[in-house]
Design a binder for this molecule. Structure first.
Ligand SMILES: [Zn+2]
Ligand SMILES: [Zn+2]
Length: 402
């Protein structure tokens, strides 16, 4: 009886829900290039990631609320971009030039306002310049070509009215021009207010978000953030999250600095001294003769072949870019015999590949997947030479995990 029920569930998930699988692929929850039908366990894990991201019950099953979520209009950029590409870059200049191909006077006015939304909180300046543009915006529909790459199609076709509203590309280290594509099939609302009629899409809300990507910001999990992937017509201002994000990339405006000199910045400018930490150091990692010592949000990188050179101090979040916003410290870590490194952060399990330091597909995972309760006090984890892993928690307990 049990077997029959399971088979029915399995068939139901795979056949009826190509839409869900496509969504998980398109937005970075499932490995993008996989040509094979994904394993049921991969789909479950991807669904859990999606559900956790959007504060739904992380069941790994396709619930009504999951369907509701994936049918909401949204940005076409992947939610997990940072996990699947090694790094998102930023512009290494302060004056950014933009051009909106084939735009009307009204579109240009609104585009200027959208850029100013970002300019208000940071040191960047923006200027319209067709001949030398860094950010090229255009309207596209269905299968479309990029403005900058001749006959090449954009990798993500649009889907008509609703669904994906626009998408954008991240800056690269060489300061090459990047593009924003706005879906021409949407019924756009070209006013700057929050009274967007129900059947229309607020142009500014979408454009401010897409500009955020071209400046180097990924999606935020805060639903008040302009970088939240789902469309919200009344979300046209930057939230605290967006402001901190853009300032971490390009710094603050001068006047902002004096009025908002908070502790966070103070703390960043005064990292602890490695030699004074002494026995407080619990975690380290050796990869390719490089020693990584970490403490709270800091990492010291030391070349073991050249011990005379002073260790290089870095923020862990700059080194492991897949870490969540507000990351405070790595609770425990260990290296598995084939080389992957397992990290425990905020009661989530991260597995990264060595030596690329990329997050593996399907992670992070909740510790409850290891049969630990949600708020367990984790102390440390080790891996034995025989390949067994042990996790120590709540002062007196340990479990062995696969
Ligand atoms: Zn986006
Ligand atoms: Zn495109």
């Amino acid at each position: 009886m049990k077997t029959i029920v399971l088979t029915l569930i399995f068939c139901g998930v795979v056949s009826a829900n190509e839409e869900v699988i496509k969504y998980l692929h398109d937005f970075g929850y499932l490995e993008p290039d996989s040509t094979n039908i994904p394993e049921l366990s991969d789909i479950r894990n991807a669904l859990i990631l999606l559900q956790e991201k959007f504060n739904l019950k992380p069941t790994g099953e396709i619930s009504d609320e999951t369907f509701e979520l994936i049918r909401r209009p949204r940005c076409g950029v992947e939610d997990h971009a940072q996990s699947f590409t090694s790094h998102i870059d930023k512009w290494n200049k302060k004056n950014i030039k933009w051009y909106y191909a084939g735009s009307s006077k009204r579109t240009k006015e609104l585009t200027e306002i959208a850029f100013n939304t970002w300019k208000e909180h940071t040191d960047l300046t923006f200027e319209e310049d067709q001949s030398n543009s860094d950010i090229i915006i255009s309207n596209k529909r269905r299968l479309h070509r990029k403005e900058t790459s001749g006959q090449h199609f954009c990798s993500k076709p649009f889907d008509g009215t609703g669904g994906v509203l626009g998408h954008a590309f991240y800056p690269d280290i060489n300061n090459n021009a990047v593009e924003i594509h706005m879906d021409q099939d949407e019924d756009w609302y070209f006013e700057i207010d929050t009274n967007t009629p129900k059947e229309k899409i607020n142009f500014c809300a979408v454009l401010v978000h897409e500009i955020g990507h071209t400046l180097g910001l990924a999606h935020s999990a805060e639903n008040t953030s302009i970088m939240y992937p789902m469309y919200n017509s009344s979300n046209i201002e930057l939230s605290k999250d967006d402001i901190l994000g853009i300032q971490s990339l390009y710094g603050k405006q001068d006047e902002d600095e004096s009025k908002d000199d908070n502790n966070e910045v103070e703390e960043d400018s005064n990292p602890p001294e490695l030699c004074k930490l002494n026995k407080k150091i619990k975690n380290f990692l050796i990869v390719d003769k490089v020693l990584y010592i970490y403490y709270e949000k800091w990492v010291w990188v030391m070349d073991l072949d050249n011990l005379n050179v002073h260790p290089k101090l870095q923020l862990i979040s700059d080194w492991l870019t897949f870490l969540p916003k507000g990351f405070k410290n790595i609770t425990a870590d260990y290296q598995r015999p084939p080389g992957d490194v397992v990290l425990f952060i905020d009661n989530k399990l991260y597995v990264m590949e060595i030596p690329s330091f990329k997050l593996k597909y399907g992670y992070p995972q909740s510790l409850t997947n290891l049969s630990l309760r949600k708020n367990v006090a984790l102390h440390s984890a080790i891996n034995s030479y025989s390949g067994k892993s042990f996790i120590f928690f709540d002062d007196v307990y340990y479990i062995e995990v696969d």
